[in-house]
Design a protein around this ligand. Structure first.
Ligand code: MN
Length: 327
């Protein structure tokens, strides 16, 4: 593991006058919160800052300070029409493909800030800190290098990144450093309970209908009861309607006592692709299964897009997931 070069990243920011922040498609609280925290801080350093998302950021994140500055740039035409920036700063994104249209924004250098072990170092500069709990923690260390004091708005955004990526301090990435970071942000006045509520109690009746569908489609593997998941066909999804965010549905199989590997499979509208989210408890890993299909993520939380129908995906993936419990 190469040590992340915070100094080089800080220099790239110091040298840039005009910075565009971006994150991965279907961006989450870590990608959005990190970008907004950086946006606020970089503006204070006198930079001209924009924030471009390759897919529309979910409205549940609207409570984050400065959320309004997020622009959706979801076509190559729109991206190429943007005025050029000196630095394109990608947060929380493991590979260039997941930047969607935003990879076409005219830029000088590309700075890749992330914490995913599967990050393929697609930037001109790569600040990939695999030890960091969340991208927000990488951003905080970078801001320390830039001598920016964290204010309440920055801290609120960073706290959201931490809570989200640790699954409210439940995932295996929850370590002492995560709690130290939480304490530092709480000292800055973050209302931790309000942010937890804003990230958690956000369901609409439709979301609960989607959850009910998930429970109906729950399947525990016949051969390997430590493996369970939810497989949703295109008809299932069409009947209930897509939620804005599939969020934590994979936690339904995970919540079963004895579960070690969980998955959520969602077939695309035309049945040619199936999106797979996977979770595991240590020491079991799901990243290798994701990587076998061009996906990525963390050792215990990963995803991939399978190039086939749900039935094909189940046939191909289930044996691989079973094997993860035995290797
Ligand atoms: Mn993250």
């Amino acid at each position: 593991m190469k040590r992340p070069n915070y100094l080089a990243a800080a220099r790239a920011i110091a040298d840039a006058a005009d910075i565009v922040l971006t994150t991965h498609i279907n961006s989450d609280a870590d990608g959005i919160g990190t970008s907004l925290a950086l946006a606020i801080a970089l503006e204070r350093l006198g930079k001209r800052v924009r924030f471009a998302c390759p897919t529309r950021p979910a409205s549940i994140y609207a409570f984050l300070p400065r959320f309004g500055m997020a622009q959706t740039i979801d076509t190559e035409v729109a991206a190429k029409a943007m005025p050029a920036c000196d630095l394109l700063l990608s947060s929380d994104c493991g590979d260039r493909k997941r930047l969607g249209a935003c990879s076409h924004i005219p830029h000088g250098k590309l700075l890749n800030l992330d914490h995913h072990v599967t990050n393929d170092r697609f930037g001109d500069l790569n600040l990939v800190d695999e030890v960091a709990t969340c991208s927000g923690m990488v951003a905080a260390k970078l801001l320390d290098r830039l001598d920016v004091d964290l204010d309440r708005e920055i801290a609120d955004n960073l706290y959201a990144t931490l809570v989200f990526d640790t699954g409210r301090f439940m995932h295996s990435n929850t370590d002492a450093a995560a709690f130290r970071f939480a304490a530092r942000l709480a000292d800055l006045g973050v209302d931790v309970s309000a942010i937890n509520r804003a990230l958690t109690y956000t369901k609409k009746p439709h979301d609960l209908a989607v959850t009910r569908l998930g429970i109906e489609r729950l399947r525990v593997d016949e051969q390997e009861p430590r493996l369970a998941g939810i497989a949703l066909s295109k008809e299932d999804i069409a009947a209930v309607g897509e939620p804005e965010d599939w969020g934590e549905m994979v936690d339904i199989p995970r919540s079963l006592a004895g579960n070690q590997v969980a998955y959520l499979m969602r077939e695309s509208k035309d049945g040619t692709m199936t999106r797979v989210s996977m979770r595991s408890n240590p020491p079991f890993q799901v990243a290798p299964v994701a990587q076998a299909f061009g996906g990525g993520g963390h050792l215990q939380a990963a995803g991939a897009t399978f190039p086939g129908s749900l039935a094909e995906c189940l046939r191909e993936m289930i044996p691989r997931l079973r094997r993860q419990l035995h290797d």
